[in-house]
Design a protein. Structure first.
Length: 368
């Protein structure tokens, strides 16, 4: 036993989520985005489970992540979203990874040193973040001698506002992407992240690229999340304290008790990615003052009291019956009872950030 917080990852639910996205993808191939250690869950177990389920194409951000995927998915196509540089070339060729080429220099580099290895072309259709400009892409489409030295498998672009399927920026990006598609007519096209896979079938084309929805996160704003929860985070109860009206709780002594209060001190804190902005006293955040998060104890939602510290969180368990408290050992931070996105909202962020912040201290266990 340990006092380290626990992370339980349900690989059966993960696979079901991916199969649902695959079904949603219709005739398009469904890949899996497993960058950032598979959104915090663990790149190897996730790639292994998805490969077994039939996934053949993965996207990661960095070449080193791709090398880890290659260890467990020897036949998969592994795309490197960050592209290629002279000094990342070795990792990419050694592990037969496929760079997503994001500018003309990268195109030229891969054409001369890529040994005919598969690659993708990334066009920036309206995000100003990564990829060739539309004009550069159109010019490249005319450069037959350059293209003849490249083994391009996919033409791709990324959406800025897919979480709002009817946002007008999607239309602008789509028009730009269609312009490029028409000039690269032989290439497979990839335009959809999770949100567009779920809500924009007209954006599916040949290859979808879902990430967050595989892990049970919310991809779309303002609609019920159709995915199954995959990750449960739990924290061990270290002490139950009984405190009086007027007493203070935690750093800064900012939380002042207005009733006789039972406080559970639980293990884990911001060092485990359980953000300080979840503090019950509200840590100012971009002008907003979030009201703090909750934890779940046997049917009771218990508010966080005072500030979240590095390794400890204090929780108001006054309303939990003593019988339960005497037996209780663990509380849920998020999982089946508190959606990861609700926990994220309580600290002013998104499920993606909460998941990818989880850190290395958890005891991880896998179901399935
Ligand atoms: C992260 C990423 C995705 C996946 O996005 P989700 O919103 O997690 O589905 C797809 N494509 C690119 C280029 C990405 O960077």
């Amino acid at each position: 036993m340990s006092t380290a917080p626990r992370l339980t990852i349900d690989l059966n639910a993960l696979v079901q989520n991916w199969l649902k996205l695959k079904e949603k993808s219709g005739s398009a191939e469904c890949s899996a985005v497993i960058k950032a250690n598979a959104y915090g869950l663990g790149i190897e177990p996730v790639a292994t489970a998805l490969t077994k389920a039939g996934c053949k194409t993965f996207f990661v951000a960095m070449a080193e992540e791709g090398a880890r995927v290659r260890e467990v998915a020897s036949d998969a196509r592994v795309f490197i979203l960050n592209g290629i540089f002279a000094d990342t070339m070795d990792v990419i060729t050694e592990h037969t990874l496929s760079p997503v080429l994001g500018n003309v220099d990268q195109v030229a580099l891969w054409a001369t040193r890529g040994n005919g290895g598969a690659c993708a072309l990334h066009v920036d259709t309206g995000m100003n973040r990564l990829g060739m400009d539309v004009e550069e892409a159109l010019a490249l489409s005319e450069n037959k001698s350059m293209l003849s030295r490249l083994n391009v498998k996919v033409l791709m672009s990324h959406l800025a506002c897919a979480d709002e399927p009817t946002h007008e920026h999607n239309t602008l990006q789509h028009e730009n992407f269609r312009k490029c598609m028409s000039k690269f007519s032989g290439l497979k096209a990839s335009f959809s992240n999770s949100a567009a896979t779920l809500a924009r079938p007209d954006f599916h084309y040949d290859l979808t690229r879902p990430g967050v929805a595989i892990y049970g996160g919310e991809a779309l704003n303002d609609v019920p999340n159709p995915m199954k929860p995959v990750v449960t985070a739990q924290s061990r109860i270290l002490q139950i304290r009984h405190a009086k009206v007027g007493e203070k709780v935690g750093y800064g002594a900012e939380a002042e008790l207005t009733r006789p209060t039972k406080i559970a001190t639980i293990s884990g804190g911001y060092a485990d990615g359980f953000h300080r902005a979840l503090s019950g006293v509200g840590v100012p955040l971009r002008g907003a003052k979030p009201e703090g998060g909750n934890v779940w104890l046997e049917g009771h939602l218990c508010p966080i009291l005072g500030r979240v510290s590095m390794d400890l969180i204090t929780v108001d368990v006054t309303d939990v019956p003593d019988q339960i408290l005497q037996e209780a050992k663990w509380v849920e931070l998020f999982g089946k009872n508190i959606a990861v996105d609700d926990a994220a909202r309580a600290c002013g962020t998104i499920g993606y950030e909460l998941l990818t912040s989880l850190g290395g201290r958890y005891q991880r266990s896998f179901i399935g």
